[in-house]
Design a protein around this ligand. Structure first.
Ligand code: ATP
Ligand code: MG
Length: 505
């Protein structure tokens, strides 16, 4: 196969070829970029391997292009960015313009049984291809004058692309012992590309699964997130399950598996249900965290499972317990413990609420509470809830979804009418204290809650005009008398630069 024409469409390749020739080092495009080029798949970065110093070649290319070069001395690699907007089909329209180009000298890695750290030395192109993870990731394209554009494919990765197969270049046992993360990568690439894993390769994963324990959690989670972000994530999870990796990397998910039957009554298999919900969400959203919410929405079902002879299986409170388990799972997985985690925790906690609204006679107050609790995440929550309808009965699914539309319409109407979406009660603790001359106390909390409840019930509007008289009335009930005109209290609060809104709902 000849890629010379393609290489000439991007100035970067000519510059690298010229600089490599000037220094008499041989250079190749290698790895994921070549694979994605052949698959006509968007590719975000280019890897260049050269027989010599990758850092020196990168610096020469950087000088010619007048762009800065970042050197990673410890790894013997260097990176630069080009700001060309390439015109190939292999471009992801959503990413920043330009390529990230990484340079590395060809290397040979020898692993010894007693140490995880390989001995790294300069090597030939063949050595470098031998240490790569899969045949489809080991192909190179020459940037050298005598065979410019030629594909160098020692393991017939081309054929594996055609057959849609993930296979290691050397024996899978060797490849996986050198770096056990490659077992996760095999499943990740299978999931991203919709490929099969070649049987010997798969068997080796199943046999060597325990080796994954020496790999850092961050690297494992990186691969797991890429599986979650694939088009049909259930496929990757089923591979993880069948290879026996799930037990170690995500035991809580595995615990959802299985059906128990008592007195002829069974419940659904929550593992497969969860995967179905994840796929459903994936069809509607690319958001990693919404997908995580799908994975975790029923995570506490095993812990809350009970059998009641009258009603059958119940999972009471699994949404609350599940949401409380989210931080621990995120910590274990080395996922961020910031607003992403809080988003997932919130969606798990609220995931039954819209469904409950479908069943009940919907009251404005119930809708209003959901609106306020979900806030800006309402759309995401509704996406999760729709995805959660996994009945095999088509009519049933249709009926549920129609009910959902109704709930959503009502929520929208109410939202527009009440403007409650990012509800901040106008009556704050400070205002109550200032008006009644109180110190922080039970009374302050009592009045605040009473006002908030009235607003939620819709008996009082969320405005000063409506809420201040209500506040005073609630104070009176407690035997309190205003010591200050509330309007003046408001003014002195704002003069003091106090934030008069607080969100302690
Ligand atoms: P993507 O960038 O979409 O994740 P990629 O194939 O480019 O896919 P990278 O992690 O960027 O993956 O790695 C680039 C190349 O480096 C791979 O194609 C592969 O040849 C090699 N490689 C990366 N990680 C490993 C590894 N753990 N073991 C062996 N080779 C690897
Ligand atoms: Mg890459």
């Amino acid at each position: 196969m000849d890629f010379a024409d393609f290489l000439h469409t991007h100035p970067i390749f000519d510059v690298i070829a010229r600089q490599a020739a000037a220094r008499s080092v041989r250079a190749y495009v290698i790895g994921g970029f070549v694979r994605d080029l052949m698959l006509k798949r968007p590719s975000k970065d280019i890897d260049i391997v050269c027989l010599g110093s990758g850092i020196e070649l990168a610096e020469a290319v950087g000088r010619e292009l007048k762009v800065p070069v970042t050197v990673f001395k410890n790894f013997g690699t260097a990176m630069l960015r080009t700001d060309w907007e390439p015109d190939s089909t292999a471009i992801d329209a959503n990413r920043a313009p330009g390529w990230e180009v990484e340079f590395v000298g060809a290397r040979k890695e020898s692993y010894r049984a007693e140490s995880r750290k390989p001995i790294v030395e300069d090597g030939t192109l063949e050595d470098d291809q031998n240490r790569r993870d899969f045949t489809i990731n080991a192909m190179g394209i020459s940037l050298n004058a005598e065979d410019f554009g030629q594909l160098i494919d020692p393991f017939d990765g081309q054929n594996d692309l055609r057959r849609k197969t993930i296979r290691t270049p050397l024996s899978p046992v060797l490849t996986f012992s050198d770096d056990p993360l490659r077992m996760m990568r095999a499943i990740r690439f299978a999931a991203q590309l919709g490929f099969d894993i070649e049987p010997d390769t798969f068997e080796a994963i199943a046999a060597m699964k325990d080796r994954l324990q020496i790999v850092s959690r961050e690297r494992i989670t990186d691969e797991l997130n890429k599986i979650i972000l694939s088009r049909q994530p259930s496929y990757g999870f089923k591979l993880l399950y069948h290879a026996g990796l799930l037990d170690f990397i995500f035991p809580e998910l595995l615990a959802l598996k299985g059906v128990e039957t008592i007195e002829g009554k069974g419940h659904k298999d929550n593992f497969y249900h969860t995967l179905q919900v994840l796929d459903n969400v994936a069809e509607r959203s690319d958001d990693l965290w919404l997908r995580w919410a799908a994975l975790l929405h029923d995570i506490a079902k095993p812990a809350t499972k009970r059998f009641d002879p009258k009603v059958g299986w119940t999972f009471h409170g699994h949404e609350d317990l599940g949401s409380r388990q989210v931080p621990g799972i995120f910590r274990q997985m080395k996922l961020p413990l910031n607003e992403k985690m809080r988003f997932v925790r919130k969606l798990v906690r609220l995931h039954l609420r819209p469904i409950a609204l479908v069943k009940e006679q919907i009251t404005d107050s119930a809708l209003r509470r959901l609106l306020i609790e979900a806030g800006d995440d309402l759309e995401a929550l509704m996406t999760l809830c729709r995805a959660d309808i996994t009945s095999k009965n088509y009519d049933r699914v249709k009926k549920h979804l129609a009910n959902f539309d109704k709930v959503e319409r009502k929520l929208k109407e109410l939202d527009e009418r009440d403007k409650l979406r990012n509800f901040q009660p106008v009556i704050t603790g400070e205002l109550i204290m200032e008006t009644f001359g109180l110190k922080p106390s039970k009374e302050v909390g009592h009045i605040k809650t009473a006002v908030r409840e009235a607003i939620l019930e819709g008996t009082v509007a969320n405005s000063f005009e409506a809420a201040i008289p209500y506040m005073i009335e609630e104070g009176r009930k407690l035997g309190l008398v205003p010591v200050k005109d509330p309007a003046l209290a408001l003014e002195s609060l704002s003069q003091r630069g106090q934030d008069t809104s607080d969100s302690n709902l």
